[in-house]
Design a protein around this ligand. Sequence first.
Ligand SMILES: CC(C)(COP(=O)(O)OP(=O)(O)OC[C@H]1O[C@@H](n2cnc3c(N)ncnc32)[C@H](O)[C@@H]1OP(=O)(O)O)[C@@H](O)C(=O)NCCC(=O)NCCS
Length: 361
Amino acid sequence: MTIEVRELAVPAAYDDGTQEWATFAEMVEVRNAVLAHRWGGDASHAITAREAYGTASSQDDERLVYLGGWLDGRLVARGFVELSRHEALHIAGVDVLVRPDARRRGVGTALWRTIEGILDADGRTTVQAWVDHRTGDGPVLEAPTGFGSVPRDASEVRFLENLGFRLEQVERMSELRLDEAIEQLERLRTQALPHARGYAIRTWTGRTPPELLEQLAVLHQRMSTDAPAAGLDHEEEAWDAGRVERIEEIEERRGREMLRAVAIHEATGRLVAFTTLVVASPDRPVYQHDTLVHGEHRGHRLGMLVKIANLLALAERIPRGARVLTWNAEENRPMLGVNESLGFRAIGYEGAWQLVRADAP
Ligand SMILES: CC(C)(COP(=O)(O)OP(=O)(O)OC[C@H]1O[C@@H](n2cnc3c(N)ncnc32)[C@H](O)[C@@H]1OP(=O)(O)O)[C@@H](O)C(=O)NCCC(=O)NCCS
């Protein structure tokens, strides 16, 4: 049995017929096989090679390193390292995926050893990893926050604990079946509107209007400090209009559509709340991204109102069968409260893991 691990080159162009492209596309298949296995055969978490290439070819704000793991000549594993460029230069995000039929043969560990070399070379002393689990029964490992848990005997939990990672936080993964929620959304909107006098709600699809970019950047920056992070090391992110434009450009390159809803404080014209949905295709889950209400404007039900406005815009975009997925810290009562009332239900839990590398050079 031979194990080989090597860094994968990002192909120079999409589907350019090179060997590099073939390996890149095969790596996406490995990712999709692992995700389908995790979700009990549900293939709707698969991404396309175009989406993966949109990510891989956009490296202005993070350096992304892809690794392949071969077992007896067959690509069975993918490693991924995310190295921020603007802030938190001592922190890295990692992900290791091994095909179910190739596990417990040391491939995951071999990938991790190669990743350690990348972390050393880049001075990254703190490593973070996020792993989803379906809801289920059985023994659990509780989050140190006191909120939420993950299955104690899952392969990925054993693997990360074995490497010295510590579970820091648990996020609840929830799903909304939009068709079933519409009436409730309309009702909640009517109830919430009187609390939000003096604010206007606005929605759009695709690029943010240029005059709002700077203000949206400010809210993105606040997201990096205001969302609960438990024991996860983090630093305030530096956002400007250009960074907002770049994330929108990446979604376009991935072939995805962004739906935004914002709240504007009418007296000052300031943007004070935003929320984002990302649509890959009508038959795939829609991802809820960040939602934030500026600290000085909380208590007016703006979080709920921007979410409702965006979900109703989504219902126009996908008239039937839309499913929306969202991740929230299990201790984030205000956000969970909004989501529960909208009709979101838990379908899984995500462990947020951290390793502080005492032995890093
Ligand atoms: C976690 C994962 C990457 C491990 O890959 P792997 O190739 O099986 O890992 P290894 O063979 O190197 O195992 C290393 C150690 O992890 C632990 N481990 C891994 N799977 C385990 C399991 N099912 N039960 C108990 N311990 C397990 C063991 O200590 C193992 O060492 P051992 O086999 O000598 O006892 C793989 O299960 C996977 O891809 N899971 C889904 C993706 C994921 O969530 N990855 C983690 C994100 S970083």
